[in-house]
Design a protein around this ligand. Structure first.
Ligand SMILES: NC(=O)c1ccc[n+]([C@@H]2O[C@H](COP(=O)([O-])OP(=O)(O)OC[C@H]3O[C@@H](n4cnc5c(N)ncnc54)[C@H](OP(=O)(O)O)[C@@H]3O)[C@@H](O)[C@H]2O)c1
Length: 260
């Protein structure tokens, strides 16, 4: 179909045309690691990014130096639902629209179930699941005001395959899949797509303490025989957010084949 074809629909617009539509995104956990990578790749596409941080404002400020007027640093703590409401209000006040929500922030804490303190176990669930749901609740009304919005939830391969010591973290990541599929059904009529990105192992602060033995086990289980990079995961997230206009309720594994 040519670009001039009268049959082209809004969904057939090229990536460049979509960017020209002046999209905005709110990325949680944009201060470092995978979230900072996703924010950078969205900015490179021309999308304006509200970079949400909990404690790492400096990380978001760094993005702002390269993309001055297209980055809005916003404080957002998954443990404080009011901060999610405030963050979304700042986006509304600054740009008046929200086209993409990337729910990347999460914590990892682990240990075998029988040895892990029950309060620490629940704290992971509270942060990753309750906190994420609170951000979605705050952002959905603004997302629905547009006609081409997207939500990407960053899950994990361990939500699918499991890993010893990960009962809390993996539970939250598995739950995001059911959450996303239900939300996709709730929001489809308003044009909001909801998808999950499930990365494999990537070297970030979150994985810095993983012992050598476990790293070797993971590399062996990964068909491509190596860990992923922040850029590889970020590109997959941008695909779901910006390009995958006929995908909703899907889970995209970016795990080098670990989950097969
Ligand atoms: N790394 C991996 O191998 C891997 C694999 C699969 C999935 N993932 C998922 O990918 C996402 C990013 O992971 P990562 O490796 O980049 O992690 P990371 O380096 O530990 O970064 C975590 C990010 O989340 C933010 N954050 C943590 N607790 C928060 C809270 N209570 N409220 C708001 N923000 C909070 C941090 O913000 P501040 O710096 O401002 O505190 C930081 O920006 C997570 O969802 C993780 O589960 C990672």
């Amino acid at each position: 179909m040519s670009q001039d074809s009268p049959d082209r629909t809004a969904a057939d617009r090229t990536a460049a045309e979509r960017t020209a539509a002046d999209r905005t995104s709110l990325v949680t956990g944009a201060s470092r690691g995978i979230g900072a990578g996703i924010a950078r790749h969205l900015l490179d596409r021309g999308v304006r990014v509200a970079g949400a941080y909990r404690s790492g404002r400096d990380g978001v400020e760094k993005l702002a130096t390269a993309h001055r007027d297209r980055v809005l640093p916003v404080h957002l703590d998954l443990g404080d639902p009011d901060s999610a409401v405030d963050a979304v209000e700042q986006v509304r006040a600054t740009w008046g629209r929200l086209d993409s929500l990337v729910l990347n922030a999460a914590v990892w804490d682990g240990g075998r179930l029988t040895r892990m303190d029950p309060d620490a176990w629940w704290a992971v669930v509270e942060t990753n699941l309750r906190g994420t749901a609170a951000v979605v609740r705050a952002a959905v009304p603004l997302l629905q005001e547009g006609n081409d919005a997207s939500i990407v939830l960053v899950g994990s391969v361990v939500g699918h395959v499991g890993f010893p010591g990960d009962t809390a973290y993996a539970s939250t990541k598995a739950a995001l899949v059911g959450f996303a599929r239900s939300l996709a059904k709730e929001l489809a009529a308003t044009g909001v797509r909801v998808n999950v990105l499930a990365p494999g192992f990537v070297d970030t602060d979150m994985t810095a303490a993983v012992p050598e033995g476990s790293r070797a086990t993971i590399a062996e289980a990964t068909l491509l025989g190596r860990f992923g990079t922040v850029d590889e995961i970020a590109r997959a997230a941008v695909f779901l957010s910006e390009d995958a206009t006929f995908c909703t309720g899907t889970v995209l594994a970016a795990d080098g084949g670990w989950s097969l």
